[in-house]
Write a protein that binds this ligand. Structure first.
Ligand SMILES: CC(C)(COP(=O)(O)OP(=O)(O)OC[C@H]1O[C@@H](n2cnc3c(N)ncnc32)[C@H](O)[C@@H]1OP(=O)(O)O)[C@@H](O)C(=O)NCCC(=O)NCCS
Length: 419
């Protein structure tokens, strides 16, 4: 197109770390996540623009470059004005039932087995505030979907706050996505004091291989469960999988291993894993009034000075802060909610030792264990909107049918690599 400045074109191309890193980091720093105008969340990628996708099995980052050929000059000027990241992996989209006969029982009860699909995820879509409503966001999404299709992805999804009108309009009205799930992001501040953890439970740290056995046995039919769970559990950002059992049942020394535990499990137990997002990115809340920041500072000073009072202080979220993400939350039995609360307290204290600002998790809106996850409403998001699209009509419907039309389950597995 020809603008006042001369000939202008927007080129979408693959991100080049050597050439584009500083421009992309700069742009990220200028783009709020979610709607602008009120308190906004900003991300500091710690100098690594692909940090939020690099742990996925397949990923791509694209940038939109504005190229201007100045009128009457040979001079060409270019500027990065947008970006998008995407990744692809195999996840559970539903379950089927199968009877696997054995010598003892030729007609056993039907066993739920996972049905997998290749799923793509769009994240980190940003367009420079000075270049919005020019079709750049849509161009980036379309180009990313081309790569998804070329790599065999059957579905594509994205997550956004349910008040991010620009993003929702773009995906649902222009790109064919439909509203799919509304999980809750639950955020708890990390206090300056340690929180009390009930003494009625024993918390055991599972080895990555025990954790894998555990998750594959209990969660493999949960929506979004990643087939490469082993690479998550063995990633250096994974701080561990923790299991809460009734006090005295096992100690680290007497732990019999996941297989034996699952074969004769206690009436109640709960499990979660901790992912260290602090080493990947930092967050910052901007746009708060002086009154609000002043109040937060005062509560913090009091909490630091008198930790034994256990004052619920506001962490320093008005400057860059790190977080731990809790994932793979599950449990069974009448005390599962209590055990989950104990695990969350344990995770809080772990985050405090690491200097994090908050602990966050994301669970299905109907998750029964939600009651055991302490969080502050003011920091949380009751409905994180996930929108999904089927990328091609040529896929067979299989035993699940069109996943975009399936009803939600009680739980979902939120991949920590994508938070
Ligand atoms: C969301 C965002 C990427 C849109 O980028 P963009 O380049 O302005 O989008 P486009 O120009 O391609 O817009 C395409 C369509 O999206 C919708 N849209 C975009 N911005 C909108 C807005 N502010 N209000 C309502 N609809 C909007 C419109 O339907 C628009 O089509 P139209 O201009 O023909 O009406 C951009 O606003 C942004 O970077 N926001 C901050 C970061 C963010 O929230 N990212 C999304 C996280 S998933």
């Amino acid at each position: 197109m020809v603008g006042e400045e001369g000939v202008v074109a927007v080129v979408v191309r693959e991100f080049d770390a050597k050439k584009d890193s500083s421009a992309v980091v700069n742009l990220e720093g200028r783009c709020e996540v979610g709607p602008s105008g009120k308190l906004s969340l900003f991300t500091d990628l710690l100098g690594d623009p692909i940090c939020r996708v690099r742990n996925s099995p397949a990923y791509l980052m694209l940038v939109a470059e504005l190229v201007v050929v100045a009128k009457g000059e040979n001079h060409v000027r270019s500027e990065i004005v947008g970006m998008i990241r995407g990744c692809i992996k195999t996840v559970t989209c539903g379950k089927k039932f199968s009877r696997i006969p054995n010598n003892n029982n030729p007609l056993p009860l039907p066993l739920p087995l996972p049905v997998y699909t290749k799923l793509a995820y769009i994240l980190g879509l940003r367009v420079s505030p000075t270049h919005r409503r020019m079709g750049i966001g849509m161009k980036l999404v379309c180009k990313m979907e081309e790569w998804f299709r070329e790599n065999g992805a059957e579905y594509s999804y994205m997550a956004t706050e349910n008040d991010n009108k620009a993003s929702i309009q773009l995906f649902t009205h222009k790109c064919g996505y439909s509203k799919f799930r509304t999980p809750s992001i639950l955020v708890h501040p990390v206090f300056a004091h340690r929180v009390r953890v009930t003494r009625r439970v024993t918390i055991l740290k599972l080895s990555p291989s025990d954790a894998e056995t555990f998750y594959c046995s209990r969660f493999s039919t949960t929506e979004f469960f990643p087939r490469d769970i082993d690479s998550i559990l063995n990633n250096k950002l994974n701080l561990g999988t923790f299991l809460a059992v009734p006090k005295g049942l096992y100690s680290a020394e007497s732990w019999p291993g996941a297989d034996e535990f699952l074969a004769s499990q206690p009436e109640s137990w709960a499990v979660l894993s901790v992912w260290n997002c602090s080493d990947v990115f930092k967050l910052e809340v901007r746009g708060a009034s002086a009154l609000r920041t002043g109040f937060a500072k005062t509560t913090r000073l009091m909490d630091r000075a008198f930790p034994w009072l256990r004052l619920p202080s506001v962490p320093e979220v008005f400057r860059p802060f790190g977080l731990h993400f809790l994932y793979g939350l599950g449990g069974e039995g009448p005390l599962a909610v209590k055990f989950m609360k104990a695990l969350c307290g344990f995770a809080h204290n772990l985050a405090k030792e690491s200097g994090c600002g908050v602990v966050a998790t994301e669970v299905a809106s109907g998750e029964p264990l939600k009651l055991g996850i302490p969080h502050w409403k003011s920091l949380s998001c009751a409905e994180d909107l996930w929108c999904m699209k089927r990328l091609g009509e040529y896929y067979s419907d299989g035993s699940v049918g069109d996943w975009t039309k399936s009803p939600p389950g009680l739980s979902i597995f939120v991949d920590p690599r994508e938070f």
